[in-house]
Write a protein that binds this ligand. Structure first.
Ligand code: DGL
Length: 263
């Protein structure tokens, strides 16, 4: 069956675009709607209660478009969302799919997790990894300076390399072979993170794992395929910098307008 309702995706800022881009590349004909809550970024330094409140407001903004599914493309928000459905539609977070992949690929059973303070304080990654394998060794590190570097576009910069080294090298004293990028902004800093963790370490990011999940939902007829490939991007605070960065991350060849969202 063909349906024109979109898949709705949100994050606090541009980080969730790393998820949206993977989804769009894999499923170009699917309709998407994206909300970046740039007015209230960062989420990762806020309390669980505030993050939950913001996440619910984002979901209710997106619900006016009657999406077929919701994706919480923000780890900090994902730690506060226990629901697997929203208004009767599937709701996916960026945590479970990544945990599944990390636990499949590790050989040393030593897994690193980097994320915002809110995500690391929640201990949700280590809890879920240990549910899949109680013998997993999990090392978690918050990297609060990464989000502003990513928002600023300092994606492959000597300063970013130094900061990445400072955060990541202590945990690499352990035989970690798999490092979870537990924040959707971090794929933008992948080159610095890979340098700091070492070339042989698998970096696991949310985008491709979520694309797999959506493909499964389409195969299992939980989501209908669409045909227009339409894309609408909303930001709760727009500046020339946020518009420019959003366009560059999605690819300048892609046709979409950036709209303002009043949450
Ligand atoms: N992209 C968000 C995440 O995955 C973090 C950004 C923020 O702190 O707002 O956690």
């Amino acid at each position: 069956m063909i349906n024109d309702k979109p898949i709705a995706v949100f994050d606090s800022g541009v980080g969730g675009l790393t998820v949206l881009k993977s989804l769009k590349d894999r499923l170009p004909k699917q309709n998407f709607i994206y909300l970046g809550d740039s007015a209230r970024l960062p989420y990762g330094s806020k309390t669980p209660q505030t993050i939950r409140k913001y996440a619910v407001q984002c979901l209710s903004f997106l619900s006016q478009f009657e999406p077929q599914a919701y994706i919480v493309a923000c780890n900090s928000a994902s730690t506060q969302i226990a629901e697997s459905e929203w208004l009767g539609k599937p709701l996916l977070t960026v945590i479970e799919p990544v945990v599944k992949v990390a636990s499949q690929v590790t050989k040393t059973h030593h897994i690193g997790v980097i994320g915002t303070r809110a995500t690391i304080n929640s201990k949700l990654f280590s809890k879920l990894l240990k549910v899949l394998n109680p013998d997993e060794h999990v090392f978690e590190q918050s990297c609060p300076l990464f989000v502003p570097l990513a928002e600023e576009g300092w994606v492959d910069d000597p300063i970013t390399n130094l900061i990445a080294y400072r955060y990541i090298s202590p945990m690499m004293q352990n035989p970690i072979d798999t490092l979870i990028l537990g924040c959707t902004h971090y794929p933008l800093l992948k080159s610095s993170i890979q340098k700091a963790s070492g070339a042989g370490v698998n970096l696991i990011e949310a985008g491709p794992t979520l694309a797999n999940e959506i493909e499964h939902l389409i195969l299992n007829q939980k989501i209908d395929p669409t045909q227009d490939g339409s894309l609408r991007i909303f930001l709760s605070d727009r500046t020339s910098q946020s518009d420019f960065w959003t366009k560059s991350l999605m690819g300048l060849d892609l046709d979409f307008e950036i709209e303002s969202a009043d949450l």
